[in-house]
Design a protein around this ligand. Structure first.
Ligand code: FAD
Ligand code: ZN
Length: 478
């Protein structure tokens, strides 16, 4: 990839002053204490340095920043809510990349309940977008644990997933149009709300999942859906993943479009949550190695209670589950979800955790996890696999907690060899090394290694033609 010519020089004061003048001094951060929250991600895993953080207030200001960057070959790092898990939103250590935060571009521009669409600035948080839709009797279905902080622009750039992908798709599926500042500084006004538009290449898909390497998204037209009036959760226990898989097959057929989530949790994970989390009660009378959490939703009230009970009853009779419970109140629904949602956080008190966000075909999940667990035991005897995640999407968060008596550092030193073996297994099953978190810097080298040269060359060709000087988030993805 071509590097900016000035990549080995630090940015001079005059150039920085020009950038500052484009947004106004109050919105240009120089001081270390002001910049800090933009340069560190929440886990402290990625820490970068930057001479300047810019907070533009309009698409015109973003365009002016990018034009100046293009002229001077200055690298830019677009940033949304800074909740990304692969380091894509953090500049490198060279103190030459300018962070462009979308925080101030946080308005809902318009909403059309009749067209089921809404136009929002890129800096609107996911939670604000959801709330705006709800207050207009509509649903914006993307749902992530980070929704209070992550932004629509970040969600689009990372093609976020989450817990309702089974019914509504990933972020990519929820966008009708985009407004993007291209690496030249030109603005692409693509904020259509057309459902059908076959006029050549569908350009918006270039920028979705591009992790800020092809331009800065400044606004989006989002798809809205009817607002569900009722939700019901079922929590079931199974003796094997094969059984859980049969239950998934059964429940998908029985519940059709009512089914909005099908999540999987392993016993080890449940134990971690019971020990460290807000939940202290066993979800079911007996203990099972595998649990499934399903959610049904309906736009008509009063339909679901009896329906879910009937489905679970028949699943029990036919041997697809061993036991099950249904939420009888909103509080109980939240409690059951907490078992799944606290899964990531509650691995922390158990020491080191080596994490993988991978996907395999849904039918291959039982075999993948079986072989994965055998592989882990061979490489680090006593290590504790904690697989959980979006079973219905084939997306497993294949996390491994350290053996109880092992030194944390010694365990974490095994990250690379262990992950390499896990990723090779994923590929053997026809899976993906990144299901929903993206590539960023974390998986950059891995991507080049594991993806075919045809695919890598195609991606490089696109990057090169849109951003020949590599000013847009250099060092990420490639
Ligand atoms: P950032 O972290 O700021 O940026 C992410 C990437 O997008 C970076 O490469 C950045 O350069 C680029 N970018 C940001 N804004 C723009 C823009 N306007 N234009 C161009 N490029 C831009 N992810 C999931 O998919 N599913 C989950 O279930 C999930 N759960 C999470 C739970 C927690 C507790 C946390 C902390 C994270 C979770 N994530 C999850 C990851 C993260 O929240 C998502 O990737 C989210 O979409 C990132 O949005 P953001 O606004 O924080 O983006
Ligand atoms: Zn997830």
């Amino acid at each position: 990839m071509t590097k900016p010519e000035n990549q080995n020089q630090s940015l001079d004061g005059e150039l920085l002053a020009q950038f500052v003048s484009l947004v106004g001094e109050p919105y240009a951060l120089f001081q270390e204490e002001d910049k800090r929250k933009f340069l560190v991600e929440w886990r402290d895993k990625y820490v970068g340095s930057s001479p300047l953080v810019l907070l533009p207030g309009s698409v015109e200001e973003v365009s002016a920043i990018v034009k100046l960057a293009a002229e001077t070959k200055t690298a830019l790092v677009p940033q949304g809510g800074n909740t990304g898990l692969v380091g894509g939103q953090i500049p490198d250590h060279q103190n030459r990349q300018i962070v462009v935060s979308l925080n101030r571009m946080n308005k809902v521009r318009s909403i059309s309940p009749l067209s089921n669409s809404m136009v929002v600035d890129a800096g609107v948080t996911l939670l604000e977008a959801q709330q705006e839709a709800l207050s207009n009797d509509r649903l914006f279905p993307l749902s992530l644990a980070s929704e209070g902080s992550c932004q629509i622009g970040g969600n689009i750039s990372s093609n976020a997933g989450g817990i309702q992908v089974l019914k509504y798709g990933m972020m990519r599926d929820l966008v009708l149009g985009l407004e993007v500042v291209l690496p030249s500084g030109e603005i692409w006004h693509g904020l259509t709300d057309l459902r059908k538009d076959n006029t050549g290449y569908d350009l918006k898909h270039l920028f979705m999942g591009a992790e800020g390497t092809l331009g800065i998204i400044t606004a989006a037209t989002l798809k809205l859906f009817p607002k569900p009036l009722e939700r019901q959760v079922g929590f079931v226990g199974c003796t094997s993943l094969e059984q859980l898989s049969e239950f998934f097959n059964f429940v998908s057929g029985e519940t059709g479009s009512f089914l909005s989530a099908f999540e999987m949790i392993c016993r080890t994970g449940v134990e971690f949550v019971l020990k460290h989390g807000s939940q202290s009660q066993e979800p079911l009378d007996a203990v099972f190695p595998w649990y499934g959490l399903i959610e049904l939703e309906s736009t008509k009230e009063g339909l679901l209670g009896g329906f879910l009970e009937d489905v679970l009853g028949r699943a029990l009779e036919r041997g697809f589950i061993e036991d099950g419970v249904i939420s009888s109140s909103e509080a109980q629904r939240k409690n059951l979800w907490a078992l799944r949602e606290e899964m990531s956080e509650m691995q922390k008190p158990e020491g080191g955790s080596i994490k993988h966000d991978v996907s395999v075909p849904v039918a291959a999940i039982p075999q993948f996890i079986k072989q994965g667990n055998e592989l882990v035991e061979r490489m680090i005897p006593g290590a504790r696999p904690v697989p959980f995640g979006h079973f219905g999407d084939g997306n497993i968060h294949y996390n491994i907690s350290q053996p109880v008596d092992m030194d944390k550092q010694a365990f974490l030193e095994q990250w690379e060899p262990l992950s390499n073996a896990v990723y090779d297994l994923v590929l053997e099953f026809g899976g993906s090394i990144s299901a929903e978190h993206g590539i960023g810097v974390m998986k950059r080298d891995l991507l080049a290694e594991k993806k075919s040269s045809v695919e890598m060359n195609l991606m490089r060709t696109i990057k090169q033609s849109l951003d020949p000087d590599n000013i847009m988030n250099p060092g990420k993805v490639f």
